[in-house]
Design a binder for this molecule. Sequence first.
Ligand code: HEM
Ligand code: HEM
Length: 155
Amino acid sequence: MNKWFYFNLFLLMLGVWKIAEQGRLPTHILFGALGLFLFLFNWTRHAVFSTIRRTPNRQTKIKLANLSKKIVPFHRWIGTTALILIMIHAILVIHLFGFSWQNIKLLNGMLAGAVMIAMVTSGWMRLFRSTARKRVVHIWLGITLFFVIIIHVAM
Ligand code: HEM
Ligand code: HEM
């Protein structure tokens, strides 16, 4: 299996663990968690595509390519929904705690939010006029977002 499957599983487990640890699920966390799950669902596309490119097994290639084709119509809406959920998460968080330059978790969250906006924007740009460069930008924003979110959830 591609290393990204393990990375994604790690972030999923980290998220579940961090939330379970608190023993409660206030609305602002619920929205953050749902946003995290939808992000991970879309990001798994990277793991699937990497596997398709690298596997020597033709049968696996075909199976994954067909699966990927079935999911692609939902990809844009899942990504856009993730952004909306995260915006609600951010509004609820700022409503609860207020904005402060001292709150590192909040600042890191803002960074994640900014990269998320760029991610979704690059996705829509890619959809309308796809170029090789836009593809690379979409993927690298995803990789950046992945690590910013790990820090955000782990903090
Ligand atoms: C891709 C974007 C984001 C994701 C996936 C995300 C996800 C999460 C998750 C799962 C939690 C709960 C886990 C924990 O407490 O350790 C959380 C908490 C938090 N998030 Fe986010 N978040 C994102 C963006 C943001 C943004 C834009 C802000 C800015 C306002 C923010 C501020 C916070 C804060 C302050 C907490 C702690 C809440 C508390 O302690 O009750 N997050 N986030
Ligand atoms: C959470 C947000 C998102 C994530 C994590 C994400 C991730 C990905 C990944 C990993 C791929 C495959 C990269 C490759 O070509 O190897 C991809 C492809 C693509 N994404 Fe996104 N994406 C997100 C949001 C969006 C949005 C909102 C759109 C809007 C239209 C979009 C449009 C596309 C398009 C057109 C492709 C190429 C089509 C295909 O996969 O065959 N993405 N995305």
